[in-house]
Design a protein around this ligand. Sequence first.
Ligand SMILES: Cc1cc2nc3c(=O)[nH]c(=O)nc-3n(C[C@H](O)[C@H](O)[C@H](O)COP(=O)(O)OP(=O)(O)OC[C@H]3O[C@@H](n4cnc5c(N)ncnc54)[C@H](O)[C@@H]3O)c2cc1C
Length: 436
Amino acid sequence: MGSTTTSHHVDVAIIGGGITGLTLALGLQARNVRFTVYERAPSLKEIGAGVGFSPNAERAMELLNPDVHAAFKAVANANGEDYFQWVDGYATGQLIYKLYVGEGKFQGCRRSDFVEGLARKIPNDSIKYGKEVIEIRTGDDGRPIVVFKDGEEIVADIVIGADGIRSITRQQLLGPTNPASHPSYTHRCCFRALVPIPLASDAITLAGGDGAYSTSTRFMYNGPDGHIITYPVAGDTLLNILVVMTDYCDWKAKDGKMTARTTKAEAVEFFRDWKHPAVKAMVNELLPEVLDKWGVFDMMKDPAERYNEGCVVLAGDAAHAAGPHLGGGAGMGIEDALVLATALEAVDGKAEGEEKVRLCERALETYNQVRYERTQWLIKATREACALFHLKPPEVPNKQHNEMFGKEVSERFHTIWDGDVEGMVESTRKLLEAGQ
Ligand SMILES: Cc1cc2nc3c(=O)[nH]c(=O)nc-3n(C[C@H](O)[C@H](O)[C@H](O)COP(=O)(O)OP(=O)(O)OC[C@H]3O[C@@H](n4cnc5c(N)ncnc54)[C@H](O)[C@@H]3O)c2cc1C
């Protein structure tokens, strides 16, 4: 990277070009803060899955950089109805609860469409692919040195680890043998698929359901020990399917791998007694014969006590990986990006040498202060929500259960959706002013 301790500019190294890393890059770009993204993969890759963004995430995108929001809106798929509907997928097929998501909100998209749209808005020389970080250490001047697998070393004023759930930055920050450096298995696993909507619709109708309606909007099918989420993406051409199952065994994949190749027979057996036609069609007909099973890991058991140390900081899943069940992880990464961009803009160009290092540390400390509580809450709330989603027959559905379900579910979603994004930006600025 270009700068030296005698420059007033803050040079930021972002490790990881996922949703957190790229939205952060665009936030810094909008604020004229210098950055480079280092991504391990040789190029952007398709993982064949959807992602949905909640209202808070959209507000954070707008404040971060209107280009981020435009990139999402260009690929976002409207839900047929502005509701999230939970249905008894096991026994009766009845509606359990219907939550208003806001007009045109909580839309999904194909993950790769969004990531590609973000990357297109960043100059080519600011994203370096095929750069795997293996070590981060502190130089004599207090600035971090990043070491890559190919032998290159760079010095930055600030290193932001947006390198996902198995973050090397977290291991470097907390120590590789510290339990907080590693995620743990939640005893849930999932299958993910994107299926052409005409195919999905026909299969559901053939199984006795309403294929057109089931594929037009956002649903969750609930039952004992499992649930299935579906929503349309890619201009209503594909149905995103996420099948979640409880697993009472330990995760067996070796070398910390979070996916394991298997066949759909596992899902067919798991959902054998579920009666809803959409569930039957998705599991028996629409999942591919051979596919990856994803272990759901999170940072609940051994959370990091803080996200920053010196001039190195964690963001997104690297800091606070949660399960997928509340659809809030990526949105939280974007909120992180907004606070980091705000804090770094405030210190950029203000000082050189030791004073610059002090200001950078203070900016990251402020980020930690503003973001820690909310992001740790998400991990816990996600586990609780997953437990709620797994019905315990024969007690459901009944009016009393459904009222409790609605209350518990809405509280958690609204805590995510109604997060005061503008207030967070304001607090960040005020805390930094007060500390200077
Ligand atoms: C099944 C499922 C469904 C989900 N659905 C939703 C949803 O609907 N809404 C929502 O908000 N969230 C959802 N989430 C959560 C969301 O996917 C994550 O929170 C989000 O993708 C995290 O983004 P990230 O950029 O922090 O990490 P990642 O997406 O993991 O990106 C990290 C990047 O860092 C790179 N990297 C890793 N190590 C290194 C290294 N050593 N050197 C250089 N680069 C490195 C990786 O290659 C990767 O590109 C879901 C999660 C799952 C599993």
